[in-house]
Every structure is written in structure tokens, then in C-alpha cells.
Design a protein. Sequence first.
Length: 197
Amino acid sequence: MATNVLGQAVDTLTRNWWLVALRGLAALLFGVLTIFRPGVTLAALILLFGGYAVASGILTIVAAIANRHGEARWVPLLISGLLSVAVGVITFIMPGITAMVLLYLIAAWAIVTGIWEIVAAIRLRKIITGEWLLVLGGVLSVAFGLFLVAFPGAGALTVTLWIGTYAIMLGIVSIALGFRLRSWGHEHGTDRAARVA
């Protein structure tokens, strides 16, 4: 039973490898824009982050809904996507929020997303190889969130560079994971189905 559920999760990931890679590309672009425009105003940073959070959430929601029939645990994925969209929408609705509120909002989002990715990787470790990329992405997210919480008094420029660096690293890891899932799906498409059955 547990193997069938994990098999469905792997099928979902391999079928949607491009969504994982696309989410990574969005993070990478956000990070590059943030790093190369470190003098960006807080308002622009809020809009950039809001756009990234909404895009990431929409891609996650699409993956969850597209696979709700074949995936027993699609609801946590859907909730994760909805949370990401909600955080992005809040940043658009309340662009005048203080830097400190934005900082804690980003930190909470990174921690929750990271924990979800680590849990997913642990559940899938017996079926797929390369799950360490998902763990690495989750650890980066949690560490980044905790770092922001631990050092909330850092200047806006420093926070901008932290956010940009985190987004670039997460983007690279997500893109690598997406293409690893694609390769794994091609290598084990029929073999894995036979093993699970």
C-alpha cells in the first residue's frame, strides 16, 4: 500500500518534471534580478517577491490539480501552492508593509516550503535516486528562513542580497531536480511500474 502511494508520488513528479524546472527558473530569474539590482527600492523588492511567490504557487497548484486522481496526497501540495499564492497576493495588496513584516513573511514562507520539500524527499528516498536535490532545496529554504528570523535587523541591502542568493541557489537546485526527474522517468518508466505492481 505504502509502496503504491510512493509510486504514485514518483509518477506525479516525473510527469511534472517541467513544472519543477519552471519553478526553479522563476526562482533563478528572481534571484538574478535581485542580485544585479541591489539598490532596488523596498517597494520594487516587494513586487518582485510577490510575483515570484504567485508564480511558484500557481505552478504548484497546477501540478496538484492535474494529478489529483492519481496522487493520494495531492492536498498538501495544493495547500503549499495556495499558501504561496496567498503570500504573494498579500504583498501586492499591502505594498506599504514595513521591511520587518516582509522579512518575517518571506522567512515563514521559506521555512514552510522547505519543510514540505524535506518531508517529500524522505518519503520518496526508497523509490527514486537524486532525492538529495529535493532535500537540499528544502534545507536551503529552511536555513534561509531561520537566518532571516535570527538576523532581522540587517539592512535592506543586505536582506536583498540574501534573498537574491537564496533564490539563485534554490533555482539551480530545482532546475537540476526537474531534469533529474525527467531522466529518471525515462530510465524507469516501465521498470518502476512493474516493480511497484
